[in-house]
Design a protein around this ligand. Structure first.
Ligand code: SF4
Length: 184
């Protein structure tokens, strides 16, 4: 049952290496899979072509990869791009690419809804459903970076956590996401 499978991207590189050692494989297999997950943004185990079919099946049996999906994308006449992003459990958050002549800024969400009550903000009328996981924050940045390269021919220059949610109310996951985003 897929529902009991753990999201493989919740594992650190060390945990992934330990998993393979416990499975009787080599620790470096964990490095290979980690690279597929984070450097190559693999969406499926079958994409991991330097991993044997048996190992890919074993990963399939044990884990899921809960990638976000850009449900709808809207482009404004001023160049702004707005994504409605669907999460693995069907909930939706928004992220935005804001271009200027000198910058492309990603504005990403850190929670679904918000528990705070800022009077000027439309999100304050939505109930906070849950915190975003680090990978869900990271995926928003990757999606917007791809859009920036596609539409403006340059990578992102800035990131702000001013989408849905208050990032300091999801501090640990935001820090983990920043760690991934800024990793070489
Ligand atoms: S999303 Fe930001 S601005 Fe809106 S209610 Fe939450 S903390 Fe306030």
């Amino acid at each position: 049952m897929e529902i009991n499978k753990k999201d493989i991207r919740a594992l650190t590189k060390e945990q992934l290496r330990d998993f393979f050692v416990k499975e009787g494989d080599e620790a470096f297999r964990g490095n290979q899979v980690y690279e597929w997950l984070w450097s190559k943004s693999a969406h499926a185990f079958e994409d991991m072509t330097n991993i044997s079919k048996e190992t890919r099946q074993m990963l399939e049996d044990n884990f899921v990869i809960n990638h976000i999906k850009v449900d709808t994308m809207q482009r404004s006449s001023d160049g702004t791009v707005k994504n409605a992003v669907r999460l693995h459990d069907g909930l939706i958050v928004e992220s935005v690419l804001i271009p200027t002549p000198t910058r492309t800024t990603a504005c990403v969400s850190s929670q679904v809804g918000c528990s705070l009550d800022c009077s000027f903000c439309a999100t304050s009328r939505l109930k906070r459903m849950r915190n975003l996981n680090p990978d869900e924050i990271y995926d928003q940045v990757v999606a917007i970076d791809n859009e920036s390269r596609l539409y403006f021919n340059r990578p992102l220059s800035n990131i702000v956590f001013m989408g849905m949610g208050e990032p300091l109310m999801n501090y640990n996951n935001v820090i983990k996401a920043i760690d991934k985003i800024t990793s070489p």
